[in-house]
Design a protein around this ligand. Sequence first.
Ligand SMILES: NC(=O)c1ccc[n+]([C@@H]2O[C@H](COP(=O)([O-])OP(=O)(O)OC[C@H]3O[C@@H](n4cnc5c(N)ncnc54)[C@H](OP(=O)(O)O)[C@@H]3O)[C@@H](O)[C@H]2O)c1
Length: 327
Amino acid sequence: MSRDQRMDTVARSVRPTGYGLPDVLEVVETPVPLPDADGVVVRVRAAGVNPIDWKLYSGAFHEVDEDEKDAAGLAEELPRLGLECAGVVTAIGADVRDIEVGAEVIVYPVTAAYADYVTAPVNSLIPKPAELGWTEAGALMLTGTTAMHTLHAAGVGPGDTVLVHGGSGGVGSLVVQLAVAAGAIVIATASTANHELLLGLGAIPVAYGPGLLDRVRAVAPGPITAAIDCAGGDEALDVSLAVVADPRRIASIAASDRHIEAGIKALGYGPGQDAGFAVRNAARAELAARAGELRILIDAVYPLTEAAQAHRDGINGHGPGKLVLVP
Ligand SMILES: NC(=O)c1ccc[n+]([C@@H]2O[C@H](COP(=O)([O-])OP(=O)(O)OC[C@H]3O[C@@H](n4cnc5c(N)ncnc54)[C@H](OP(=O)(O)O)[C@@H]3O)[C@@H](O)[C@H]2O)c1
């Protein structure tokens, strides 16, 4: 009997024990979950790590009071970690049709995927493309759907010249590739160590930091018609506003109040931001269909028990691409 078919009774998961730094993460054992009537249980083979994972328990999104609860009463429970994964269906609910035990799937969106097993509704399942390894499959969808949302929001297409801030990151590396594939000329920022990578993805590389505006103007072959900010901060906003005539063609996935007041497209789940649920949901099938033409960059793979180290590496800065947990 294979690992996926074995009837485990106990499953590990990674949870925060409080708000703070990655030291608050611990591995706990619980019974293997049962499926809801309209859902499945998936044996996780790889779970993508994303910056939102540590932001959820760091207190970055809100003030935390002495009881480790959101001061506004919004967070009744500590967050469950792991918003994307890939794995094998091990159990199906009573009302589920058209999915079989043994199916290899990507699961997105999902919660609590930092685990051996995860429950998910069937509409979160996407068949895993055969050409994708587990690691890439588990790390594609959160960044990929975000990247597709940015291109949609900024209206990127043939004839555009697009400035991408943070082009070497999990989201940015896909934005670069998708924009090039859409027929745009792409100028992308990254640290100089990642400029060869950007060239390989089809972008004109530029170093971020003081003097960025001059460097961007020096390499631009013509007017810059759109900008996509995957980095956040004032520099990316100011340079984008200086080079793109129409602020509605600037999209940011790391927007502050200043970005929103500037009239650009702030994408995400915070106040004043566009979550783009319909665009992102539709993007899942397109990403799966086009997975073979994309380079899904994986920086590092960690065992599930090393989730805290993965988060430390993510917080302290890491190489290009995604961090991934493998149970
Ligand atoms: N709104 C949404 O829906 C959404 C979805 C996903 C992610 N996000 C957010 O988007 C951001 C990026 O996510 P990610 O997964 O792509 O992170 P990531 O893989 O860690 O990438 C970070 C990128 O930022 C670049 N960078 C670092 N410092 C910079 C600076 N001072 N100026 C410009 N670029 C800089 C890095 O370049 P080097 O490594 O070359 O230095 C790298 O390309 C995070 O804040 C994340 O929380 C938002």
